[in-house]
Design a binder for this molecule. Structure first.
Ligand code: SF4
Length: 209
């Protein structure tokens, strides 16, 4: 990458854009809400069940002018979900400042593995065992979404729930490839521990991105 482009990326004025699309948020608190998704490339958390492994290598995704990303997004929606990859790999300040200046609501989906940048209306924290979330992200999370792949993930979810605020909404979500096995476990767990709610990847059932 040219030095000048690298500097713009470091400053958050360009971002490695993987894809962007207008759809329905399928998961968590805003499930069912129309939103524009901006998927930023780059993630080194390395979850073995990750369903967007093609996002990992940021070099495969062209550095894109943040102002252009903002302009495109606002043509479609004023609810903007920034996801990845791990968006906090990058400086999110210019992106969220630009979106909020135009009155948009800024949502992020993050593992919390990197320091929090940007001005967010909604932080969905989905913590991962391989790189634990930063304390500041746990404290500010509006929604905690723990992915259940096997039984031990319930214990991990409880440890993460102990770190978020009392207002944070708690979700357990089956990992898609093992959903048939883990959904009954989640249903049973939530009935016994009703501080948790079930989140499903409804966009996959609806066959939308
Ligand atoms: Fe994939 Fe998200 Fe895990 Fe990164 S943090 S490897 S994008 S599931």
């Amino acid at each position: 990458m040219q030095k000048s482009v690298q500097k713009l990326v470091n400053d958050g004025k360009m971002l490695p854009l993987m894809e962007e699309f207008y759809t329905i948020q399928g998961e968590g608190y805003y499930k069912g809400t129309a939103a524009y998704f901006i998927r930023i490339g780059g993630c080194d958390v390395g979850c073995h069940w990750c369903d967007v492994k093609e996002s990992w290598n940021a070099d495969l995704h062209p550095p894109t002018d943040t102002d252009v990303i903002i302009e495109n997004a606002l043509k479609h929606s004023n609810v903007i979900v920034v996801t990845g990859g791990e968006p906090l790999t990058w400086n999110m300040i210019p992106l969220t400042d630009g979106l909020k200046e135009k009155g948009a609501k800024t949502h992020i989906e993050t593992s919390g593995a990197y320091p929090l940048t940007g001005d967010w209306d909604w932080i969905c924290l989905s913590p991962k065992k391989r790189m634990l979330p930063k304390e500041e992200v746990s404290k500010k999370a509006n929604e905690l979404k723990c992915i259940i792949y096997n039984k031990s993930d319930f214990e991990f979810a409880e440890k993460q729930a102990a770190k978020v605020s009392g207002e944070c909404v708690l979700y357990l979500q089956p990992e898609w490839s093992v959903r048939d096995k883990v959904v009954p476990m989640i249903v049973d767990y939530v009935m016994k521990n009703p501080k948790w709610k079930v989140s499903l990847q409804t966009h996959k059932y609806l066959n939308i991105p």
